[in-house]
Design a protein around this ligand. Structure first.
Ligand SMILES: NC(=O)c1ccc[n+]([C@@H]2O[C@H](COP(=O)([O-])OP(=O)(O)OC[C@H]3O[C@@H](n4cnc5c(N)ncnc54)[C@H](OP(=O)(O)O)[C@@H]3O)[C@@H](O)[C@H]2O)c1
Ligand SMILES: [Zn+2]
Length: 338
């Protein structure tokens, strides 16, 4: 299975990824660099092209000691696998070959590279550049999420990623001091919204006893009515429950699709109404989820079975199951590692 591909880069106001000088240019500020470090810590692998290795000589390690320790406590290496794309030998003195993370050198089309990384068990890949690699991955249509940061700099000239490719859909904007993060998703609606639900699961507060789940509810015309994650507003909240409560009684629910990283629950101990019942009551006609609730948690008719019995079009989208599983368990592992 191919990994989820997150492409990440910073550009100047005039659209450049670097200036034209030989000096390394760091475009965004400390808050954004810390955010990038957090994304790195979540990834299984980080990929760059040889041009970036030659120009910037990056280490591609997780910088924060806390994040490194957290990964180690979860049984992972302190930093993700580093992947360099090149058709030539990498300079043996390059920093990407040093430090306490493994490095693999690959060549091939973006699709072939992703297939190879999938075979190696990579579920989440972060593509950090440079211009040529970003262009190739975007043009090939294999990028699931693009995190583009606009830094308030005018550099005048330098590399940029040009080339065609599918249109993106904006899912989030965030300001980080003087920088702005724009988060885009690519792909057909089911892929985009379900992958986003799985990613949102990564924002759940840690819990030793509950899964981390993300949920997105989308109207028939594509408008996102609400999105959220487990325990966002209340420590007992399931993701679907919290999102439906925030949306309230909206007539557009009657033709909406609910996306959830985990199969909606069919029975609960902590609350009187399981999510399947809340979805039926809201009148939502379609549910798409990535991962079936593991059997040890199910001692009643499954949530999906209840939804189907109520006439709801219920689909499991197996493409995102590894991502859902990864995000669902992350918070539990974090907690156990503390
Ligand atoms: N602002 C940002 O966020 C950011 C991030 C990263 C980099 N950058 C900037 O981007 C610039 C570098 O960009 P770039 O376009 O020169 O280089 P690049 O995209 O990093 O690397 C391109 C090189 O990667 C290799 N490559 C790419 N695809 C390959 C494939 N499928 N199979 C095998 N090899 C492949 C080729 O190297 P070989 O010729 O060795 O085969 C190619 O010349 C630098 O100025 C850097 O500062 C900016
Ligand atoms: Zn539930």
């Amino acid at each position: 299975m191919r990994p989820h591909v997150l492409a990440s880069c910073a550009t100047s106001l005039d659209g450049f990824l670097d200036d034209a000088s030989d000096e390394r240019l760091i475009l965004s500020g400390p808050a954004d660099l810390d955010r990038v470090d957090e994304e790195r810590a979540r990834a299984d692998a980080i990929l760059v092209g040889a041009g970036t290795v030659r120009a910037d000589d990056p280490r591609l390690l997780v910088r924060s000691a806390d994040r490194r320790a957290e990964r180690v406590a979860r049984g992972l290496p302190a930093s993700p696998l580093r992947v360099v794309l090149t058709t030539r030998p990498v300079d043996p003195g390059a920093r990407v070959l040093a430090g306490d993370a493994e490095t693999v050198v690959l060549a091939g089309s973006p699709g072939e590279v992703l297939d190879e990384l999938g075979r190696r068990g990579v579920v989440t890949l972060m593509v950090e550049g440079g211009a040529g690699v970003l262009r190739d991955f975007l043009t090939a249509g294999v990028v699931d999420e693009l995190q583009l940061v606009h830094a308030p700099r005018l550099v005048g000239d330098g590399p940029r990623f040009t080339g065609g490719g599918p249109d993106g859909h904006l899912v989030e904007t965030r300001t980080l001091d003087d920088d702005v993060l724009l988060r885009y998703r690519f792909g057909d609606p089911d892929d985009r919204h379900l992958a986003e639900a799985c990613t949102l699961a990564g924002r759940c507060p840690p819990s030793a006893t509950a899964f981390s789940v993300g949920c997105v509810v989308v109207a028939a015309d594509g408008t996102v009515l609400g999105s959220g994650w487990s325990r966002r507003d209340d420590p007992l909240d399931h993701a679907e429950e919290g999102v439906l409560r925030r949306i309230g009684d909206d007539p557009r629910l009657r033709s909406a699709t609910l996306y959830s990283s985990l199969e909606p629950c069919g029975r609960r101990g902590s609350r009187p109404h399981p999510c399947a019942e809340l979805i039926v009551r809201a009148g939502i006609p379609r549910v798409v989820y990535a991962w079936s609730e593991p059997p040890e948690f199910v001692d009643a008719p499954s949530g999906a079975g209840q939804l189907a019995a109520a006439g709801i079009d219920t689909v499991q989208h197996a493409r995102w199951e590894p991502l859902a599983r990864r995000c669902a368990l992350r918070a539990r592992e974090q907690f156990e590692g503390l």
